[in-house]
Design a protein around this ligand. Structure first.
Ligand code: HEM
Length: 455
């Protein structure tokens, strides 16, 4: 069946594909601005592309069986790359995203109960409260052009703050955003030596990164101290993620987190969660503005209801499909990279010790062999009976290191999109294309003005 037989689907703009013979230096220069633009047509057509990543051999894997091997069957053979650790450690410390081996097992086991769909359901009231406020604010801005990207960033930060600490982010939100911007715009981008040197050798940018880390951890520790001062009533159920994380114990060893570890875990959860979800919501709103018919269908699905529970969220099947399709076309984590500890055979791909493995959701999700009309926005493909191959659709990664916040992010994105589209008709106020840039996450190259009107 042709999944797009009824009307011609929207094909949103993308950066031009790099010429396959682009020079090494040309690629390196482009890498810092937009990694997505460094990939040529071959990367969207071939199963495995062998190349070099600085001094190492590298593989782009587009074959689900080989990806399954790396992320699941033999995942212990693959670690984060030196460049990835260098970029992330100053902000995430030794938190879950960076940890390896025993330290990772302990953290994942300890944190898992706080991130189950059931634990997430208890956080939905925090999300709906922020959404009510966002919609009330937007009500005062109908007609005039609005920057929905910025509004989504503020909203997801507010949700991250309230679900974590139960307090609003009006006082600390601007400082937190400044930290995020400062890091993302300069220190979080890879420089030549960052990629060349092993992690144990400092690169020139590691010095300002270390200074940043000191200020950042002091800030997060201050947030935790404020939250502790607000206290917890004895015997009362946990109010927020902080209560859950503070009380969490490893089911096997009975150990909880030290104060220092808690700073890294809290930093990880706030940072890993809010920008990725804001990006998803921005692109979903952009796509629905380009596709008014689908937007109307989403609006009628919500039926103007005040959605406020997990059961309500689960009923929004089309909205969920729009979020899934948005994360197919614009996966916030456009690249999942690994470095091989030892040589391996990944479903027939011979990998050497130290080789860099690139699993790029951006490429995989638009691969010619894996998808029908790969560049078109067709949410209903996620409503058909044939689910996409688990290892061809990876917005949250896969295997033991799959995103721990996926149930949270999915609930938040579906709830927010359903509520926003249920309340407002969303259009673009200009017709300049918005081009995705792969830097840290899949960001738009500009914040287009939107126009919203009350339904
Ligand atoms: C749309 C939103 C999100 C996207 C697209 C996303 C994507 C991802 C991906 C692809 C990974 C796997 C990385 C790898 O294997 O190298 C990951 C891991 C992770 N994510 Fe998310 N994420 C999102 C939201 C969140 C939220 C809301 C949280 C926390 C509240 C979170 C916390 C984490 C953590 C801690 C890990 C590391 C897990 C581990 O290594 O055990 N993420 N995420």
């Amino acid at each position: 069946m042709n999944i797009a037989s009824v009307r011609r689907p929207v094909v949103p703009p993308t950066p031009p594909r790099a010429p396959d013979d682009m020079s090494f230096l040309g690629r390196v220069a482009l890498l810092r601005q937009n990694m997505i633009a460094t990939w040529g047509q071959r990367a969207y057509e071939e199963d495995v592309i062998k190349g070099r990543f600085f001094l190492q051999h590298s593989f782009i894997l587009n074959r689900p069986d080989a990806i399954r091997h790396v992320l699941l069957s033999n995942y212990e053979n693959y670690t984060r790359t030196p460049a990835g650790i260098r970029m992330l450690r100053p902000v995430l410390g030794e938190g879950l995203l960076i940890a390896e081996g025993q330290a990772w097992t302990h953290q994942r086991r300890t944190l898992a109960p706080a991130f189950t769909p059931r634990a997430t359901a208890n956080l939905v009231p925090h999300m709906t409260a922020v959404l009510d406020e966002t919609i009330a604010k937007l009500d005062t801005q109908t007609g005039a052009p609005v920057d929905l990207r910025e509004i989504m960033q503020r909203m997801t930060l507010e949700i991250a703050g309230r679900t974590m600490f139960s307090f609003g982010m009006e006082r600390h939100g601007p400082t937190l955003r400044n930290f995020v911007m400062e890091y993302g715009e300069r220190l979080g981008r890879p420089y030549f030596l960052d990629m060349l040197l092993p992690v144990s050798w400092p690169s020139p940018m590691d010095f300002p990164r270390a200074r940043f880390r000191k200020r950042w951890t002091e800030f997060v520790a201050m947030l935790i101290a404020e939250r502790r001062a607000a206290g917890k009533k004895d015997g009362a159920p946990p109010r927020d993620l902080f209560d859950l994380m503070d009380a969490a114990r490893d089911p096997e060893t009975g150990k909880g987190f030290s104060d220092e570890q808690l700073v890294d875990e809290v930093a990880t959860m706030i940072l890993a969660g809010h920008e990725t979800t804001a990006t998803t919501l921005f692109w979903a709103l952009y796509l629905l503005a380009l596709d008014p018919d689908t937007q109307e269908e989403v609006a009628s699905e919500t039926g103007g209801e005040h959605l406020d529970s997990m059961a309500d969220i689960d009923r929004q099947k089309l909205t969920r499909a729009v979020i899934d399709e948005t994360m197919r076309l614009y996966p916030p984590a456009f690249l999942v990279a690994r470095s091989a500890r030892d040589k391996d055979d990944a479903a027939g791909v011979e990998i050497g010790k130290g080789d860099v493995i690139m699993i790029a959701p951006w490429l995989l999700h638009r691969h010619e062999k894996l998808w029908d009309q790969p560049n078109a926005f067709i949410p209903k493909r996620f409503m058909s009976k044939e689910a996409p191959d688990r290892f061809a659709y990876l917005p949250f990664g896969a295997g033991p290191r799959v995103c721990i916040g996926a149930p949270f992010a999915q609930a938040e994105s579906v709830l927010a999109l359903a509520r926003l589209i249920g309340a407002f008709r969303v259009e673009l106020a200009d017709s300049v294309p918005v081009i995705p840039h792969g830097v840290v996450t899949t960001q738009p190259d500009r914040s287009p003005p939107f126009r919203i009107t009350r339904r």
